[in-house]
Design a protein around this ligand. Structure first.
Ligand code: SF4
Length: 268
């Protein structure tokens, strides 16, 4: 899908001709270039230079999302923001999304919804999450995101090493092999104290569920509050063994392979 031409000829120029490089090579170069960069500096470079035929931020409008949304609003309010509206979100998240986008002046927030045919075929009563969380995430998150990412060459995420043991090796830039894109994680080295400090400094509103014990907020049926001392993501798919929804890799493999669904297909 994306340009994959050659491996990097690492030069001394700070910005090699990234469009000629594969996502893997891009990630290698940029992890060097931005090893010591502030998140906002890294983002400014990624958004303004437009190396990859377009960059988008994928945001859950969750507990920490205001940080990146605020940063991109300072750089370019027209930066596309993809919001996966699964149809299963907390009403508080929908209200927060509206409030935050308005306050920050974001002009291109795209609500990405599941395909109605997929829902009609695979989850007609909205109960798939109770029987097959992987299949539910596949039709409500993975497939819609895959379609929404098609016009872009790179996407920005809010993932952090400190969120969970499965993210401990996260880099600032990585290859998204499933979609053939570059993936950018500007907050990879941030912790919750840094997030809180940034939000306080910029007077950003907090997601209303944070005060009720939800440091990580996903869909309503699959998110519970977290107890003191637990991983921030411990309340996601609690006690199920599932740790990711399928839109992110853990290192070089799927964290939890989705079960194939008859109509919409499956992963290789
Ligand atoms: S998090 Fe739960 S409700 Fe949301 S898409 Fe995944 S399984 Fe379905």
């Amino acid at each position: 899908m994306r340009l994959v031409v050659d491996e990097p000829a690492f030069g001394t120029a700070p910005h090699p001709p990234f469009r000629r490089l594969s996502p893997h090579a891009n990630a290698q170069v940029l992890n060097r270039v931005h090893a010591a960069s502030e998140a906002s500096v890294l983002l400014d470079d990624v958004i303004r230079q437009q190396y990859w035929q377009g960059v988008t931020l994928v945001s859950s409008f969750g507990a920490d999302s205001a940080v990146l949304l605020h940063m991109i609003a300072q750089i370019d309010r027209a930066t596309p923001v993809l919001f996966l509206e699964t149809g299963m979100l907390f009403p508080e998240t929908l209200a927060y999304q509206h409030e935050l986008a308005l306050r920050l002046g974001l002009t291109d927030v795209r609500l990405i919804r599941p395909d109605p045919d997929d829902l009609a075929n695979e989850d007609p009563d909205g109960r798939l999450h109770a029987e097959n969380t992987d299949g539910c995430c596949f039709i409500r998150k993975t497939l819609p995101l895959r379609r929404a990412l098609e016009p872009f060459g790179a996407w920005i995420t809010g993932r952090k090493r400190a969120q969970a043991a499965t993210r401990a090796g996260l880099e600032l830039f990585e290859e998204d092999r499933e979609n053939g894109l570059l993936k950018v994680n500007p907050l990879a080295y941030w912790d919750s104290a840094m997030v809180r400090a940034y939000m306080s400094e910029h007077a950003l509103p907090t997601h209303p569920l944070v005060a009720r014990g939800y440091p990580s907020i996903g869909c309503m049926p699959c998110t519970t509050p977290v107890r003191p001392g637990e991983d921030p993501r411990a309340g996601r798919w609690r006690d199920s063994g599932k740790v990711e929804c399928g839109i992110h890799f853990d290192g070089k493999k799927w964290v939890h392979k989705p079960v194939a669904l008859g109509v919409v297909g499956s992963f290789p």
